[in-house]
Design a protein around this ligand. Structure first.
Ligand SMILES: CC1=C(/C=C/C(C)=C/C=C/C(C)=C/C=O)C(C)(C)CCC1
Ligand SMILES: [Fe+2]
Length: 359
C-alpha cells in the first residue's frame, strides 16, 4: 500500500500511513457494509419503490447523525492529535475549533450565500480527503501526488456535484433555507440562482465526469486494472455516481454522511488509537464503546452550540429549516475538523510518495 509501513520515529509528514493490516480491517468493517447499504438504497430508488417516501424518512439519517457516527465522528479530534504525537493537543484543537468556528460563523452572518458556497467547497475537500485516505489504505494505485489530488477532487465532488445535476430544485431549497436563517428577506439566495441553471449543471457535472474517468484511467495505467486499489476505486466511483443520481439528496447525503464518511473516520481513529487491535474480530464492540465515551463530552458540547445557533438564527420550523440550522452547525465544526484531519493526513504520510520521479 502506498502509504503503509512503519510510522516514522517522529512521524512528521513522513511516509507512515495507516497501520499495517489496517486496510483489511477497514475493508471488512467500514467499506463493504457501506457499499451494501448504499447499493440497496440506490436499487430501491431505481425501482421506484419509496418514490412517495414520507418526508420524515428523508430527514431521518441527518436526525440520527446528531448522535450516531455523524456529529460524534469529529468529537474526538483532540484525542486523535494526541495519539499521533501532536503537541498540546487540547489547546491546539480547542483553539482551532474556537477561532475557525467563530470565523466561519461570522462569514455566514455577513454573507450567507457565500457561507453556503464555502461550506459546499469545504465539504468537497473534507469528504474527498476522507476517501483518499481509505483508498491509500486498501491499495497502491495512487502513486503520485497528482493522482491523489485528483482522487480527492473526484470523491469529494461526487456528493456535492451529482445532487446538483440530478436534483437542482432540492439543492436550491436547501441553499435557500440556510440563507433564510440569516436573511429573512431571502434576497441573497438569488445570487446563487445561476448555479442551479442547466449551463452550470452540465458544466460541473460534465467536468466531474471527465475528472472521474481521468482518475480511473490514470489509476489503471499506474496500478494495473487487476490491482485491488484500482478495483475498489472504480467500483466506488461508479456506485457513488449512481447513488447520488438516483436517491433523493437529503436522504442520500444524510446516509452517506453517517454510513460512509463518518464510519470510515471512526475506524481510522480506532486504528490510530491502538494500531488497529480494537478492530480485530470480536473486539470491535469494545473499541466502539471506547470511541463513544471519548466522543460524548464534545458531542454534548456541539449540541449546546446548536441550541445557541437556534437563538442566533431562529429556524422557521419545519424539517427543512431545522436541517438548515444543523448544516450551519456542521459548517462551523467542519472547518476546524478538516484542519485537524489535514494535519493527521500530513502526519500519516498521505501526501508523501516514494519517488516523485514516478509521476
Ligand atoms: C443536505 C444536502 C446538501 C448539503 C450537505 C452538506 C454540505 C453536508 C455537509 C456535512 C458535513 C461537512 C459533515 C461533516 O463531515 C446539498 C448537497 C447542498 C443538497 C442536498 C442536501
Ligand atoms: Fe469528517
Amino acid at each position: 500500500m502506498a502509504v503503509s509501513g512503519e510510522r516514522d520515529s517522529d512521524g512528521a509528514g513522513g511516509g507512515g500511513g495507516p497501520p499495517a493490516g489496517f486496510g483489511g480491517e477497514l475493508f471488512r468493517i467500514a467499506v463493504v457494509p457501506a457499499w451494501l447499504a448504499l447499493t440497496a438504497v440506490a436499487v430501491t430508488a431505481a425501482l421506484g419503490v419509496g418514490a412517495d417516501l414520507p418526508t420524515v424518512v428523508r430527514y431521518l439519517p441527518f436526525l440520527a447523525s446528531l448522535v450516531v457516527f455523524g456529529l460524534p465522528h469529529g468529537a474526538a479530534d483532540h484525542l486523535a492529535v494526541e495519539r499521533l504525537g501532536g503537541r498540546r493537543p487540547l489547546v491546539a484543537v480547542g483553539a482551532a475549533y474556537l477561532v475557525g468556528g467563530a470565523l466561519f460563523l461570522a462569514a455566514w452572518l455577513a454573507a450567507p450565500a457565500l457561507g453556503f458556497v464555502s461550506f459546499v467547497l469545504l465539504t468537497w475537500y473534507h469528504w474527498g480527503q476522507g476517501d483518499l485516505y481509505v483508498l491509500l489504505a486498501v491499495g497502491d494505485h495512487l502513486r503520485t501526488r497528482g493522482q491523489r489530488l485528483l482522487a480527492l477532487a473526484v470523491r469529494g465532488g461526487i456528493p456535492m456535484v451529482v445532487p446538483l445535476v440530478a436534483f437542482p430544485e432540492v439543492y436550491r431549497s436547501v441553499a435557500a433555507a440556510t440563507v433564510r436563517l440569516f436573511d429573512s428577506g431571502g434576497v441573497t439566495v438569488t445570487a446563487l440562482d445561476v448555479a442551479f441553471g442547466p449551463a452550470v449543471r452540465v458544466a460541473v457535472g460534465g467536468g466531474l465526469a471527465a475528472l472521474s474517468l481521468a482518475a480511473l484511467v490514470l489509476g489503471g495505467v499506474r496500478g494495473g486494472l487487476a490491482s485491488r486499489g484500482w478495483r475498489v476505486d472504480a467500483l466506488e466511483t461508479g456506485l457513488l455516481w449512481a447513488y447520488f443520481l438516483l436517491v433523493p439528496p437529503i436522504l442520500a447525503v444524510g446516509l452517506y454522511f453517517c454510513l460512509w464518511h463518518s464510519v470510515r473516520h471512526v475506524v481510522r481513529l480506532l486504528a490510530v488509537e491502538d494500531g488497529g487491535r480494537s478492530l480485530a474480530p470480536g473486539r470491535l464492540g469494545v473499541g466502539l464503546a471506547g470511541f463513544a465515551r471519548d466522543a460524548l463530552p464534545n458531542t454534548v458540547g456541539a449540541l449546546v452550540v446548536l441550541g445557541g445557533l437556534a437563538v442566533l438564527a431562529p429556524p422557521e420550523g419545519g424539517f427543512l429549516s431545522l436541517l438548515a440550522l444543523y448544516l450551519v452547525l456542521l459548517a462551523v465544526l467542519t472547518l476546524p475538523h478538516a484542519a485537524v484531519v489535514t494535519w493527521m493526513d500530513w502526519r500519516e504520510g498521505v501526501w508523501s510518495v516514494e519517488s516523485e520521479s514516478a509521476s
